[in-house]
Design a protein around this ligand. Structure first.
Ligand SMILES: Cc1cc2nc3c(=O)[nH]c(=O)nc-3n(C[C@H](O)[C@H](O)[C@H](O)COP(=O)(O)OP(=O)(O)OC[C@H]3O[C@@H](n4cnc5c(N)ncnc54)[C@H](O)[C@@H]3O)c2cc1C
Length: 409
């Protein structure tokens, strides 16, 4: 492991810092960077204007090729940029994450020249926000079991069905959708991938109220929605292959091992300000032990992340360690928030100055999104440890013959 920047990386970091300092104040000690999705129109506008400024100055999509507005930078430079950006008071640009991190790379790999020309620059500049229309009520972990159908009608496709958990559908201009175009073949073979204009007739978006009080994701219903064949990405029946590109990029963007919600420093500050038995909580041995445990485990994740960074810095492909970040960090974030609430006793449930309640209620979603804990464990077991794969009873079976839970007779 090498913790130091190379001279080239140090120069890049200095350039990034200089640009950021021209536009934003650095965060004060203990202040957290803006995170999450904008919940007001003005927050969305602030995110879009910051994205446009980054784009115009070459900082928006560093690793994209120059022809699409990027710099062709190395992955390590993108990591350095994120590290520096998160130490300034910039607006959160998380709304662009799905487009820039997952859908843009998919379009570059599988889109037609016309699709790339129409969408990539606007996506990179933040002019259009994109959403991912993959999951359905009975197809999440088993995405290839999806039932939304696309039927050919002249030069159009007609889409019917329902998607769910679609983050940002309510403010997205476009979406990427996978639909079943042939139920007579095996489930992975009958899928096709489309660009969807979210303003098309027949699309209904219903927000889902989350336990945290936010409504970041939605149900999206499609009733006879017409999509031109020119919006198909990849060949008919090649939707699974195209989706894999999206999913690989999703895993890569989620696997960074960043901490979610509170930090150990937040816990230390909290314990300094509270009392147990008339003495500062930070002096209580049980409290100190829990905080120390969190510190050790988070440092473990951080160092595992550093192995990935070292590989990136050397131009190598990160090894299996990059699969572990999300699996370890998401539950850890939940335990950390739970401890912060517990430490405040009844006040922990009543007051939320620290954001612990929000972090706690948000954590289960993080453990599900982009692959649940169990699915991440399956991936590690099969692809990293080489354990036998799960039995797949429907392998090769035509999709329409796969038994469903529907009542018969
Ligand atoms: C915050 C958030 C944002 C999201 N945003 C989007 C989005 O923008 N677009 C989109 O398309 N989707 C989105 N999703 C959906 C997400 O991809 C799915 O929730 C996820 O894939 C799990 O699918 P599911 O919810 O249908 O659960 P299921 O797949 O039904 O799983 C239910 C339970 O069974 C377990 N399980 C399932 N299969 C196995 C197995 N083979 N072995 C062991 N255990 C198993 C799971 O781990 C889980 O505990 C989002 C979800 C969340 C929480």
């Amino acid at each position: 492991m090498d913790f130091n920047d190379t001279p080239e990386e140090a120069a890049f970091r200095a350039e990034a810092c200089a640009f950021l300092a021209q536009h934003w104040e650095p965060l004060a000690p203990g202040e957290r960077a803006a995170g999450g999705e904008p919940d007001t129109g003005s927050a969305l506008e602030a995110a879009q204007s910051w994205q446009a400024l980054k784009y115009d100055n070459g900082w928006a999509v560093l690793t994209w090729p120059e022809e699409y507005g990027g710099r062709g930078a190395r992955a390590i430079e993108s990591v350095i940029w994120r590290q520096e950006e998160s130490s300034f008071r910039t607006p959160s640009t998380m709304v662009f994450g799905i487009g820039l991190g997952m859908l843009g790379p998919t379009l570059m790999a599988h889109g037609s020249d016309a699709q790339k020309k129409a969408h990539l620059e606007r996506m990179a500049r933040g002019d259009d926000i994109w959403c991912q229309l993959f999951s359905e009520p009975s197809a999440g972990s088993d995405l290839a079991g999806l039932r939304t159908s696309a039927v050919r009608d002249g030069s159009d496709w007609v889409i019917n069905g329902q998607k769910i958990w679609t983050s940002g559908a309510h403010y997205s201009r476009y979406g990427m959708l996978v639909a079943r175009t042939d139920p007579s073949v095996a489930k992975h073979d009958g899928l096709t991938y489309f660009i969807i204009d979210m303003e098309a007739a027949g699309i209904e978006i219903r927000p889902i109220k989350q336990i945290s009080g936010s409504s970041n994701f939605n149900e999206v219903f499609f009733t006879d929605v017409r999509v031109p064949d020119s919006s198909r990405v990849g060949g008919v029946g090649e939707g699974w292959r195209v989706s894999i590109t999206t999913l690989m990029n999703e895993r890569a963007s989620l696997g960074g091992g960043s901490s979610y919600g509170l930090s150990v420093d937040d816990l230390i500050r909290l314990a300094r300000g509270l009392e147990i038995g008339g003495r500062p909580a930070i002096e209580d041995s049980a409290v100190r032990q829990r905080i120390a445990e969190f510190h050790v485990r988070l440092r473990g994740v951080e160092h595992t992340g550093n192995r990935t960074l070292t590989a990136l810095s050397r131009g190598a492909t990160p090894g299996p360690e990059s699969s572990i970040g999300k699996l370890v960090t998401a539950p850890l974030g939940q335990q950390l928030a739970s401890f912060a609430i517990e430490l405040q006793s009844m006040a922990g449930a009543a007051i939320d100055d620290l954001g612990a309640q929000h972090a706690y209620l948000n954590a289960p979603g993080i453990r599900l999104a982009g692959g649940t804990d169990e699915i991440m464990r399956n991936i590690l077991a099969e692809r990293v440890l080489g354990l036998p794969p799960e039995p797949r009873a429907d392998k090769g079976m035509p999709f329409r013959d796969i038994p469903t839970g529907a009542a018969t007779g």
